[in-house]
Write a protein that binds this ligand. Structure first.
Ligand code: NDP
Length: 330
C-alpha cells in the first residue's frame, strides 16, 4: 500500500514538490487494534495550516511522515472488541491506503444509510461545523437573514440549507464561478447568490440583501468579512469559521476597515472550532438524517479517484475546483 508524506513545508502556495507518494509499512496488529483499507478520504482547507511548522489549533504534520485526515475504510483484520471484519469505520488516518489504529480511534458507520463519503461531509465534520456555527456561535433566530461565503463548498452549502431548515427567512451566498452561483440558488435553494469575482463584494451583498443581514457565516475572510460587517443589522452576528483567502499568504492581510460599525450595530464577531462542539454531534446527526431523507438538504460532492491524485484534490480545494465536499476515492 501507499501513503502521502509531507517532505517540505510550503511557503505560500503548496506544490507537488512538498509531497511524496511512497510505499508504506503495515505493522502486525497489537491487541485492541484494527487494520483498515481506506475507501475514501477527505481533503480539507485546514490541512494547509498543518503543513506549516507553527502550531495552529491542530498539531503540524511531521516532515517525512504520512499526513493525516478524515477517512472511511473497511476493516480487514480486527483484534478489537466490537469491531468486525467488513465493518466500515470513520477515523483520522487518511492520506494512506491502509491504516492501523486502536479500536478506540475508529467509529463504525452505516454505509447502507448513506454513502461512506457522507460521513466525511454532510453527516460528519463538515455538517457539524455548519450546525454548530449557526446555532451556537451565530445564535440563529427564526426570520434571520443569513449570508455565507464559500457557499458552493462543503461547509457553505450545508450552512445555507441548514439555516433554511432552522427557520432563516432569507439565505444569500457567494461563490467563485457562474456555475457555482447557479448551483447554490437552483440546487441548494438559496434565495440569492453572487459571484464575488464579478465586482466588489460590498455592492453585490447590498444588492442581494438591501435590508442588511443578521448573520454572516465567514469561510473566506478578507474583503468578504469587511463587506458583511458593512451590511450587519442591529445585533448582527458574525461566526468566523474559516478565512481561506489568507491561508497561503506569506504576510498578514489587512483587517476590516469598518470595525467601528460593531458599536452602532452592537455587532459580535466570534471565531469557533468544530472540535469544541462535538457534544452537538448526536443532536445534529439525528436532524441531518431526517433532512437528508426528506430532501431538506441534498448531498453534493466532487470526487477524485486514486491516492496518486490526492495532492491535486487538496490543491483543487484551495483553488476552488470543488463543488460540495471534495473527497478522494481510494
Ligand atoms: P470548501 O469545500 O468550501 O472549499 C474551499 C472553497 O473556498 C473553494 O471551493 C473555493 O470556492 C473557496 N475559495 C478559495 N479561495 C478563495 C478566496 N480567495 N476567496 C473566496 N473563496 C475562496 O471547503 P470546506 O467547506 O471544507 O471549508 C470551508 C471553510 O471552513 C474553510 O475556510 C475551512 O478552513 C473552514 N473550516 C473551519 C472549521 C472550523 O472548525 N472552524 C471546520 C471545517 C472547515 P470558490 O470557487 O467559490 O472560490
Amino acid at each position: 500500500p501507499r501513503e502521502v508524506r509531507l517532505v517540505s513545508r510550503p511557503v505560500g502556495w503548496p506544490t507537488h514538490d512538498d509531497f511524496e507518494l511512497v510505499a508504506s509499512e503495515v505493522p502486525e496488529l497489537a491487541e485492541g487494534q484494527v487494520r483498515v483499507r481506506n475507501v475514501v478520504m477527505s481533503v480539507d482547507p485546514y490541512m494547509r495550516g498543518r503543513m506549516s511548522a507553527a502550531t495552529s489549533y491542530a498539531a503540524p504534520y511531521e516532515l517525512g511522515e504520512a499526513m493525516q485526515g478524515g477517512a472511511v475504510g473497511v476493516v480487514e483484520e480486527s483484534r478489537a472488541d466490537g469491531i468486525t471484519v467488513g465493518d466500515h469505520v470513520l477515523h483520522g488516518l487518511g492520506w494512506r491506503e491502509v491504516a492501523v489504529l486502536d479500536g478506540s480511534a475508529v467509529r463504525v458507520v452505516d454505509v447502507t444509510a448513506a454513502p461512506a463519503s457522507a460521513y466525511l461531509g454532510i453527516l460528519g465534520m463538515t455538517g457539524l461545523t455548519a450546525y454548530a456555527g449557526l446555532t451556537r456561535v451565530a445564535a440563529l433566530q427564526e426570520g434571520d437573514t443569513v449570508f455565507v461565503s464559500g457557499a458552493a463548498g462543503a461547509v457553505g452549502g450545508a450552512v445555507g440549507q441548514v439555516a433554511r431548515a432552522l427557520g432563516a427567512s432569507r439565505v444569500i451566498g457567494s461563490a467563485g464561478t457562474p456555475e457555482k452561483v447557479r448551483h447554490v440558488v437552483e440546487d441548494l435553494g438559496f434565495d440569492a447568490a453572487f459571484n464575488y469575482k464579478d465586482g466588489p463584494v460590498s455592492a453585490q451583498l447590498r444588492e442581494a440583501a438591501p435590508d442588511g443581514i443578521d448573520v454572516y457565516f465567514d469561510n473566506v475572510g478578507g474583503e468578504h468579512l469587511e463587506a458583511a460587517i458593512g451590511s450587519l443589522r442591529l445585533h448582527g452576528r458574525v461566526a468566523v469559521c474559516g478565512m481561506i483567502s489568507v491561508y497561503n499568504d506569506t504576510e498578514p492581510a489587512p483587517g476590516p476597515r469598518n470595525l467601528a460599525r460593531l458599536i452602532q450595530t452592537r455587532g459580535r464577531i466570534e471565531g469557533f472550532l468544530v472540535g469544541d462542539h462535538y457534544d452537538l454531534a448526536r443532536e445534529y446527526a439525528g436532524k441531518a438524517a431526517g433532512w437528508l431523507a426528506d430532501g431538506t438538504i441534498s448531498l453534493r460532492e466532487t470526487s477524485v479517484d486514486g491516492i496518486e491524485h490526492a495532492v491535486d484534490a487538496f490543491l483543487g480545494v484551495l483553488r476552488g475546483e470543488n463543488t460540495g465536499k471534495m473527497v478522494v476515492g481510494l
